[in-house]
Design a protein around this ligand. Sequence first.
Ligand SMILES: *Cc1c(COP(=O)(O)O)cnc(C)c1O
Ligand SMILES: [Zn+2]
Length: 404
Amino acid sequence: MTGTADRRCHACGARTETALARCDCGEPLWIETPATAVSEDWPDGPGPTGSMWRYADLLATDAPGGVGAAAGGTPLVRTPALDGDADGGRVRVKVEGANPTGTFKDRGTALGLAATEGPVGTVSHGNMALSVAATAAGADRPCVVLVPDDIPEGRLGQIAQFDPTLLRVAGDYGRLYERSLAVGADRDVAFLNSDVPLRMEGQKTLAYELCEAFAPEVPDAVVLPVSSGGNASAVWKGLRDLRAAGRIDRLPRLCLVQAAACAPIARAFEDGAERVRPLEGGEETVAYSIANADPPSGTRALAAVRATGGTVVAVDDDAIRSARRRFAAETGLGIEPASATTLAALDALGERGAVGAGDDVVLVATGTGFREAPPDPDATSPPDPVGIDDLDARIADLTGFRSG
Ligand SMILES: *Cc1c(COP(=O)(O)O)cnc(C)c1O
Ligand SMILES: [Zn+2]
């Protein structure tokens, strides 16, 4: 355990003892990992298998009770069918859908829960809400979820099954993010929003798992969908810890992907801007989990890209739909539209030289597709029925093998 109060700002370098999420300069803080906490060696043996708590000695806390103890430890699957998309690079997929509630968010939630006492909360109508509500239920902790006024009913039911206090908030949902952090600090409710320091501390274990899988090498490129910029920041933080400890000697290129309909970070990257500015509006996209027009950690994500020699690309909805179908049909992985952006981006990444022949490329499939509408609505109409007596002939047609 390394503790949670020592915090640093990625932008101005300020170091403070605080429970707050923001630096005086306005940028997000993260937890400072003491260099002495991280030894040069990976843990011996399998450790607490199948979870991020394998790295407990590098984290701010020990595992929480309940389902949060099962967060992380997700599979890394080799997918040769996708190598052609990466200009002959070797593609692997990190299957974050294997987390207890189906996304990487469980890593940050589990750590946040373990590091705090009393009620927890979040602001979300999607994966974050599910993750916090379920993990809190598993640890018998009170939980409040702030959802927007216009949340679709199906979503509400998904969250409600874990029995959090649901507050449907009227008014500007964007403002709620910072407001909930302030109210939470006053009222002792730990709001585990997208980019808070405790969440970063848990989600950085994604980088630990990738680097341990490739040790003593590192992957050449890691491709991940980005919305608030929290997860990209967390992965960068994990890589920085490992390099500071001498476990890795170079960082993978962090390649971030946004949906073209809402791509403030991609725009800032293209403009060569220092900071990410909020988009006016931002349109709808099938990749609804990554549609943040005013990303709280956007500027930090941009810094991660520049520091690692990566890039940011935007992909349109048609490309996202088709990539999701291809993920399913060519790799057997059912993933969220947000996660399919990683495959849709490979072409552009190849053109920019961010991936290429001989590279080890990891696509982070951030969320499961198994609670989604299917990628191809036409495929939901049932095929014509087959009579039992016709079965032999029909199977023979499929296999081209006829007996007798
Ligand atoms: C939350 C989420 C993202 C975006 O992560 P940020 O930390 O907000 O950048 C990407 N994919 C899925 C499936 C998510 O749930
Ligand atoms: Zn600062």
